[in-house]
Design a protein around this ligand. Sequence first.
Ligand SMILES: NC(=O)c1ccc[n+]([C@@H]2O[C@H](COP(=O)([O-])OP(=O)(O)OC[C@H]3O[C@@H](n4cnc5c(N)ncnc54)[C@H](O)[C@@H]3O)[C@@H](O)[C@H]2O)c1
Ligand SMILES: [Zn+2]
Length: 536
Amino acid sequence: MAKEVARGLNWDFIDTDDEIVRQTGKPIAEIFRQDGEARFRELERETIRKACQQRQTVIAIGGGAIVDPQNYELLTKTGLIVCLEAKPETIYERLFREAACSPETEVRPLLADDNPLERIKQLKASRQPYYANVDWTVHTDNLDISQVAEEVIRGLRKLAEFASPSARSSIDKDIACLVETATQSYPVFVGYGLLDKLGEKMKKAALSGTATIISDENVFSLYGSKVEGILKGAGFAVNSFVVPPSEETKSMDYAIKIYDFLVKHRAERDDIIIALGGGMVGDLAGFVAATFLRGMFWIQVPTSLVAMVDASIGGKVGVNHPEGKNLIGAFYQPNLVLADCETLTTLPQRELTSGWAEVIKHGLILDEGFVQFLESNVSRLTKLEPDLLTRAIARSAAIKAQVVSQDEKEKEGKRTILNYGHTIAHGLEAATQYKRFLHGEAVAIGMMGAAKLSQRLGLLPSAAVERQQALLQKFGLPTVFSGLGLTEITRAMELDKKTKEKAIRWVLLQDIGKVVIRSDVPQQDVLAVLQGLAEP
Ligand SMILES: NC(=O)c1ccc[n+]([C@@H]2O[C@H](COP(=O)([O-])OP(=O)(O)OC[C@H]3O[C@@H](n4cnc5c(N)ncnc54)[C@H](O)[C@@H]3O)[C@@H](O)[C@H]2O)c1
Ligand SMILES: [Zn+2]
């Protein structure tokens, strides 16, 4: 069983009983008989101590081992303890079935008793307080080995979110966060140079078969053959479909072209779509994955900053309609997201700057500490220093993941907070036919509007507004606009699809890191704020 978990995680594996047998050259029953239980426990303690020095290792221990306080302390300090529970009858049946299958293996020494079932009950009862102190428990009575292994791995992934940094990194140091929705739970991997591990991470997620890479010409020319090579090296068959790099590509026309390609290559439901690129590619490829054969596995490999911290997380997929952006789409979560921050070194500067707006937004709405981190590291972050860049992206992605996990389909209203700055941004973008501003630029100006509106309504102190402005400017983002009439913007804002029954739900700030939603904002305040954002 533990071996199965190790295989699933691609970790090493140690069974302490086997290790003791190997070292002493004696079966466990003989050690008990000749040297006594105390000697066995000593050997066991020593074996566990050595095993705990290894990273990424599944250690199988007997049920008696964690009763020893030294073992317990060491195991919790260096890793996570999973208890496989079963009813006494199940344990009895398993042990004796095992013994019947291979008569040469002796029944466990502590159970060599006249009434083994009674003995199992007693042992279990005496150890229960210790079992209650483990990190994760799987009730195994009605599961087969591979289902138990799956449950253990699921637990480890879940615990990775809450574990101390050291325990978390011992599980998988590349996991920045998990997205957990009703339909899917998946890890977001963030790291520098992580593309090399794409095949390995996919295998760990139990994916196999043919991978179809969907990418745009810019990204594919830089990373296409590398990713193809990595996937082939990991045993996947690979096909690639490359589209022009333009928002116009995010359309039904291109979705159909991709369907045709998949039909021609006889893609099956268990095959995998890989979105390699910015948010445009992610939305289009995800839409195809959601709809082809009623849903295929798919993976986001975001290569723009916007895609890493925003578009790749949360499962919104779709294409544009001539009458409006993102009008056709679905919620369809990927199986994993893998962001290699190193790919940002080739992203055009203006795209990069625009992406910082969404990173900053995540701090402004929910995490003042993260805002401080960004303020203190502007120059190192804009120079793309690997370590800091990875930390910023991991944190920002985790904030988005946390919000979408609470409100997958934007029904609870919780996901609305991600629209901070977006009401005015959509107005600016629509009023300029999506040609003048990059999305993040419009969001930066929109966030200034929302902050000033918050101040006007007495929610936010002016110092906070200035602090936000200074941060946006340090990252090279605009905070005002020029050459646009206010009516053009407000008209476009009323058309914004996020408006519900006319009253705009304004996402505002109470403080840096504290968001509020208000639907009672007077139109004249909005106009006054827009006026203030317009440069003469
Ligand atoms: N699904 C969501 O939740 C969500 C959220 C935000 C945005 N979006 C969507 O995402 C799209 C915007 O995403 P975007 O800003 O990534 O735009 P994009 O995908 O158009 O990429 C921007 C440009 O950068 C290039 N590029 C990307 N990565 C590169 C790299 N590593 N090196 C060199 N060039 C690279 C692309 O070829 C493109 O020319 C929009 O369609 C928007 O609607 C979706
Ligand atoms: Zn946005």
